[in-house]
Design a protein around this ligand. Sequence first.
Ligand code: CMC
Length: 427
Amino acid sequence: MGNQAKLSADGKDYEFPVLSGSVGPDVVDIRKLYGQSGLFTFDPGFTSTASCESALTYIDGEEGVLLHRGYPIGQLAEHSSFMEVSYLLLNGELPSKDELDTFTYTISRHTMLHEQLLQFYRGFRRDAHPMAVMCGVVGALSAFYHDSTDISDPEHRTISSHRLIAKMPTIAAAAYKYAIGQPFLYPDNSLSYTGNFMRMTFGVPAEPYDLHPAVEKAMDRIFILHADHEQNASTSTVRLAGSSGANPFACIAAGIACLWGPAHGGANEAALNMLHEIGTPDKIPHYIERAKDKNDPFRLMGFGHRVYKNYDPRATVMQKTVREVFDALKVDNPVFETALRLEEIALSDDYFVEKKLFPNVDFYSGIILSAIGFPTTMFTVLFALARTVGWVAQWNEMISDPHQKIGRPRQLYTGPTQRDYVAIDKR
Ligand code: CMC
């Protein structure tokens, strides 16, 4: 018999198995708690709850470690490509050259959208936030690709996964084109996954698009950095939506909706807006004081993380990538100096040190994306595009698990107990 955890409540003792993963904290298996004791656990925000078993991504927040299928994010960002990381997340192992070529080719065969889906965009107001468009258009995919929505069929699951990964750049680029009033561009499958997205976003039908190799590489790396992140809010949303048997297109649309919030994927947009608001380094102390003031809702955006209590390893790569993009594009932006100074001041301030608040992935990403030419409203869209791979891999892992059940949390009820209905003239 392995380790057991003991609980005493109302004079009775209960024992629960303690399960171990390959690395990371053990978990107390409390699945029989309610049946045996009539008690629930209470953990709003899931700060101490493992919601599932997963073999995809591991984070050690104290040490600032992020591994995909065992490979450190720094190594993947440096040596791999987004297509290769996608294959790794979906299949568990790095591909051989042939496997990678076949996977990349397969994805490239699904990049076009159903022509009628393009009509869908015209129903949105021109000034709609592109994330609103993403929620709608991705949700609508299930109305166009019925032939891959039988989730009990592994072949259908594979096709819909490939479709989602392949179509997301086309959908995201079209959301941008619609907002600025330019014609949609069809995919060019002779380009890389990321190069194709850059062309569909920044190219125009009237002229050839000049793809900058260093920028294409930086963008690909940004996609790698956002590909997956364990059981974060949007991934948990995708899993919960999928646990009911909903089709994958609807589940990913749910993930996009969750990602939009400023505490999650919306933070990169909020972080750059904040840096612009701060403006020059001399204003930093004022904003640091505001962030520390409990009566002021202001927070340093791009700072702090539920899991990382150390430097987010993705932020390290992002910071390096800012310099590379600036050098490649021969641009400079004083906002980067403000960001570096803000980080320095915050990391030497007792408030941030004691609460272990470090820059996260979103702190520097906005500076790079803005230098490349994306408006702030597109930042979270790019996050969604890349995270689609993680969502799809996590969804597949869940559906293929024979023990999978619908996700159905319980609650601590604090409302009125049963009472009798009172007629309207007696209230
Ligand atoms: N600025 C100032 N104070 C902060 C910040 C911040 N950015 N983040 C956390 N704190 C304080 C917070 O006020 C609290 O203080 P106290 O214990 O005195 O009440 C303490 O630190 C713990 O914060 P929390 O909100 O209880 O922690 P959480 O784990 O629930 O929230 C978070 C994590 C990421 C939502 C939060 O740190 C935050 O709002 N950060 C800014 C938004 C942001 O950058 N989000 C991107 C996250 S990374 C990308 C992604 O996953 O999507």
